[in-house]
Design a protein around this ligand. Sequence first.
Ligand code: CP
Ligand code: NVA
Length: 308
Amino acid sequence: MTLSGGHFLGVEDCSRQEWLNLLQLAGALKRGEIQLPTPSTVKVLGLLFSKPSTRTRVSFAVAMARLGGQTLDLPPSSTQVGRGEPIADTARVLSGYVDALAIRTFAQDDLEAYAQASTVPVINALSDVEHPCQVIADFLTLQECFSDLDGLTMAYIGDGNNVAHSLLLAAALLGVHLRVATPKRYGPDPAVVQRAQRLSQGRCTLTVLHDPVEACRGAQAVYTDVWSSMGQEAAAQQRRRNFAGYCLNADLLAHAARDAVVLHCLPAHRGEEISNEVLEGPSSRVFLQAENRLYGQQALLALLLDLV
Ligand code: CP
Ligand code: NVA
C-alpha cells in the first residue's frame, strides 16, 4: 500500500480514501494491531528544518526508529543550501542518499521545488501555508474521542494560518463541519477556502466568520493555535491587540457542546489564544493530540515508504 501522490506537501496530496486509510493505519499502529516488517535495508529520513520544532522533529525520529529506520538532521543553516546552493541541486543529491525528506520551511514554493527535483518522497513538516502532518494527529484524536468523524462539528478560533488551512482541507475530505472564526484581516487564504469548498463535495459545511461565539455554538471540538506563527514575531504585539476577544477561555467554551473537546497543536501561549484553565481542564485533549503525532507520522511514513 502506498500513497498515490508520492509526496505529502499538503492535505490534498491524499484522496479522501487515502485519508481514511491513513487514519485507520495510525489507529491500528497505536493499538499494536499491525506488525511492521523490519526493512532489510535501513530507511533514512532527512530532516530539513528551517524553523524550531519539538513535536514534529521528535515524533518523526521516533516514528522512523519504530519502523526500523532512522533520521538524519540536515538543518539548512549548516548545509550548502543555506549558502545559496539551489534547492533543485540539493534535492537531487539528497535523493541519492536518503529515502525521504521532511521539510519545515517558510515558503510553500520551496517545498514544491524540493518535490519537483527529488526522486524520493517529500513531506511538509510545516510551511507558512500548511501543516498537514499536524492534522493527521488532529483527526486521529477526534476519531478516538467520537468514533465517527462524519458530520462532526468543529470550531477553529484565532488566526487563519497554516494549521487553519490544513484543518479546512482535511475537514472537507473527511466530512467534518468546520467554522473558522478570525479577526477581520486575519482570515484564511480565500484560495485555500475555495479549494476546501470544492474538495468537500457537499459532505460538510465550511464557514469562515468573525464571531467566536457563533463559531463555538454547539461545536463538538474547539481548536485554537497561536496568534503569531513562527516568522511573525515582529508583529506579535500588534497581533495581541487585534486578537483580543479570541481567547479560548471558559466563557467561550461554554457555548460549545457539553461534551466538547479542546484541541491545540502546541506550543501554546497560556493567557493569549487559550486560558490555562481550558488547556488544563477536563475538556482538553491537547496532550493526547500531541502524542498522536507519532502514530499519524508513523502511518504516513509506512505508506510513503511502502512498508505496509
Ligand atoms: N505542533 C507542532 O508542529 O509542534 P512543533 O513546532 O514542536 O513541531
Ligand atoms: N501556526 C504555528 C504552528 C506551530 C506548530 C506556526 O506556524 O508557528
